[in-house]
Design a protein around this ligand. Sequence first.
Ligand code: ADP
Length: 277
Amino acid sequence: MPTATLDPAPASRDGHRPPPREAPYYRPAGREVDVFARCHARGLPVMLKGPTGCGKTRFVEYMAHTLGRPLVTVACHDDLAASDLTGRWLIRGGETVWVDGPLTAAARQGAICYLDEVVEARQDTIAVVHPLADDRRILPIDKTGEIVHAAPGFQLVVSYNPGYQHAIKDLKPSTRQRFVTLDFDYPPAALEAEIVAHESGLDRARASSLVALAHRVRHLRDQGLAEVPGTRLLVATARLMAEGIDAEEACRVALAGPLTDDPDLLSAIADLAAATL
Ligand code: ADP
C-alpha cells in the first residue's frame, strides 16, 4: 500500500489529508511559488527536480495550503502497482466493493496528488498517470470500466532526484515531457541557516556554522561521498544540538552516520566538524 508523508493532520488510509490549518513554513529560493501557482491555474502537471532533503515536499505542502487544495501524497517504490494508485475491488461484509486508490480519490476531489520519488515506481505503474497529465485530464479505470474526469483543482505533482544512483532507472521521455519542471537545490547559505534555525530552535550563529560544515562536507562528493547532506540532515543535527547534545557528537550520529559507513569518509567528516563548529 502507498504510504503518506508526515503532516500534522491525520491521513486517511488512501493518503488523503485535509490542508493543515496553519501555512507550513516554507522559504522560497526563487520564483517557484509564482510559477507553481500559474501551473495550478492551468492544470499543468509539475515535476520537482532536486536532491533529497532540499525542500520539495515542504514546498508542495505549502502550495497546497496556499491554493486551498487537499494534498494526497504517495511515496513511490518498486512494488507500487497501478492498482495501488487507481484502486481495487475488496470484499467487505460479504460484498465486493470498489475502493478508490489515492490517485483516483485525488482526481475526483480536485486535490493535488504528489507522487514522491516517482522514478522508484515501475514504468507500467507510472504510465497510469499519463492520461491525467495531458489535456485529457482523465483516469480510465480498467477494472470498473469507469473513466474518471479530474475535478477542477486536480493537479499532478511528482518529485524526482536526478542525482540518485539510478543508472538503469530513469523516467521515459513520454512521462517527462508531460511535466513543467521546477529545479530545486540546497538553499543559499544564509537562507539555509535561517531555515535550520527556524526548524530546530538552534541559535542562528550555530545554525550558520552547521551550514558552513555542510558546504565543506558536500565537497567530499569528489572524494567518493555518494550522498551529501541535505537540509533535512542539518535540521536533524541542529535539533540534537538544540537539545544540548555536543556539536561533534550530534554531527557524528545525525549527519555523518546517515550518509556513509566508510571509515575514511566518517573520519574526514569528523575532522571537518571539529574544524568548523
Ligand atoms: P525533499 O522533499 O526535497 O526530500 P523536504 O521538503 O522533506 O525535502 O525538506 C526536508 C526538510 O528541510 C523540511 O522538513 C524542512 O525542515 C527543511 N526545508 C528545506 N528547504 C526548506 C525551505 N525552503 N523552507 C522551509 N523548510 C525547508
